[in-house]
Each structure stands twice: as structure tokens, then as C-alpha cells.
Ligand binder design. Sequence first.
Ligand SMILES: Nc1ncnc2c1ncn2[C@@H]1O[C@H](COP(=O)(O)OP(=O)(O)OP(=O)(O)O)[C@@H](O)[C@H]1O
Ligand SMILES: [Mg+2]
Length: 370
Amino acid sequence: MIEKRNSERMKDEDVVNALSSETPEISDSDLESKPIPTIIDDLDIQDIPGIGPTTAKKLRDAGVLTVMDLAVTSSEELSVEINSSKESAAAFIIAAQQLLRDSNLLDKEFVTADVALEKRKSLLRCTTGSNALDKLLLGGIETQAITEFYGEFGSGKSQICHTLCVTASQPVENGGFGSGSIYIDTEGTFRPERVDQIAVSRGLDPTSVLKSIAVCKVYNSSHLELIIKDLGKYINDFKARLVIIDSIISLHRAEFAGRGTLADRQQRLNSMLHKIIRLAEIYNISVVITNQVQSSPDTFFGDPTKAAGGNVLGHASTYRIYLRKSGENRTAKMIDSPYHPYSDTKFTVTEKGVDDMEEETSSKRGKLKE
Ligand SMILES: Nc1ncnc2c1ncn2[C@@H]1O[C@H](COP(=O)(O)OP(=O)(O)OP(=O)(O)O)[C@@H](O)[C@H]1O
Ligand SMILES: [Mg+2]
């Protein structure tokens, strides 16, 4: 049984290797502004107190190559991979996180709220391409957070994702991250032509934008879980500050159909999402996920549609935005956030990708003239 699983895993790993060799590494010159400042590579797992050469070898054999890799794993996963108790796996992870704190790569365990506020002010935000949508998000999508867009087909989820990887490639002073991005496509809807069109319509060099996006087409739920497991490595390789997963649920939803498999599906989604949260925080990246809707027959008043994925997804997303199509335009509603007011806004989708509606743009032009 275990052997069978290992051989399946080997197959998945081969797919990942093939994919990563297809996608060339992004060089610094491909990006318009400076790469993400990091000393991640300078820290070796053997720098962690309590980890000697034998444990370091075990960790490396299990694919845990850096301190960051170790800091983002869960004790359940690690204990299986290095064949140790959950307690010692947890101790290694805590020691890795402590080393990152000591190296100022991770926040201290306790800080006063004023220091936390200052830190939040310095968080990077990336524009969505629409001023109205940025305003709803209080400045764009944030790092160290998971932003979820959900809505029915054609509501603009993938359009937001395409536009974000164009804007993220732009320098920080122009509202971007000045970084590469990773686009995990589970629905086969990523279109480089669309990225090209958005970049050209925005007066940007399409080649450098296209080179800044690492695309990974995912075929099944185990493949997605494997990609997420190794995401830290890809974030470093591609100098990505934005990771898009379009969509997070479609594969698990299709493969785990029926009530009998629901608990298993939710458990697998849960461990994947926990890993994503840790990656967002420790690598200081922004994660954008899209989600589908399902109808909720027990709703007597109001909109009977709700986000798929149940509580597991609801709890994992930091910000949750509901998209609806209204004619040519789209409505975005902030459904859940620890600090955004409950509000909504309108935007549209044009050849520039996500954009402000005509009235909004013309009223702003009017104001500028006054
Ligand atoms: N080049 C373009 N110019 C203008 N509008 C476009 C363009 N490309 C796509 N759109 C608009 O975007 C819509 C598709 O939106 P999108 O692909 O984001 O849907 P989605 O929410 O991801 O749906 P699904 O759940 O099926 O993935 C189209 O119906 C069209 O209105
Ligand atoms: Mg889509």
C-alpha cells in the first residue's frame, strides 16, 4: 500500500519536475524593480539549534532543504516524512521558526499593538487595476494574507487573477509588487494571450510581464497538494510575491463527490490551506484564491448562493469577496474581513482586464479638470 502510494507520488513528482523545467527561472533582469529582499538562502537547517548532521540528512532526504521549508511544514506531515514522533517534529519546526525570529525574518511572538500597527502600515499592497475595487480592499491585495474571490461562472474571478499578475510585475511605486507571480491553474483557463492583451492595453511591455509569470497547470487534487507542499521552493525560484490559485476547490470538489467522502475532502483541503496560510506569513507573500458557489436551499430570504468549501475555506481566507455579474458590470462585496467594513462596489472588465466603470473614470477626469 505504502509502496503504491510512493510510486504514485513519484509520478506526481515527475510531473512537477517536468513542469518546473518547462518554466524557465525568472532572472532579476526580467523584473522591472528590485527582487524580494531575502536572506533565506543564507540560513542552513544545520544552523538550527538541536539539529545535527543526522537529523539534517533525514530532513534533506524528506525534501526539507531550508529553514523556511521546515518552518512552514506541519508536525503531522513532518513526523510521517522523517519517521519521528509528532513531538520531536513539532520541536524542530518551533526551533526553525525561532531561528527566523532571531534573524528578524519573522515577527516576534509578542509585540505591542502600536508596533503591530506600524508593521501593518508597511505591508505591501498590489492594485487590482480598478480604483473602486482597490478602495473596497483598502488599497489593493495585501501580503501575508489570503484573499478569496468567489462567484458564479463569468463573474470575473479569472479576469481578476490575470490582471493581478500583470499589475504585480510593476514596480512598487506604480502600485505593483515589483515581483514575479505564480499562477496555479486548476481549471485550464489561464490564457497568456489575455495577459499580453492586458499588458499592451495598459502600455506595458508584454514580454517582460509574461516572463514574470510562472504558470503551473494542475491535473488532479494530489498534484495540487504536491505543488502546495513544495510551493516555498517555487516562490524563491520565481521571486514571486503573488501566488494565485484559480480555483482552490474545483479538483477536490470534482474528485470527492458524494457525502461519504466529504470529511476526507475537507480534511485534505484544510491541511493544504493551513500550509498556504503559513507560506503567506513566513514568505511575506500575497495569496489570491478563487472559489465557486453553491446554492443554499435553506435560505428563505436574500441571495441563496454561498461560497463552496464550507467552514474550512471560510476560516482560511483572510478576506472574502463575493463577485456578481450585473449586465456588463460586476459587483464586488466584502463578505468577511477582520477589519474592512461590510461594503460593496462596482467595476468592469475590458481589454485592460479589471477596470473602473466609465462613469467612475469620467467623473474622476472631471474632478481633475476642476
Ligand atoms: N478580452 C476581454 N474583454 C472584455 N471582457 C472580457 C474579455 N475577456 C473576458 N471578458 C469578460 O470576462 C468574462 C469571463 O470572466 P471570468 O473568466 O473571470 O469568469 P470566472 O468568474 O472565472 O468564471 P468561471 O467560474 O467559469 O471560471 C467574460 O464573460 C467576459 O464578460
Ligand atoms: Mg475562472
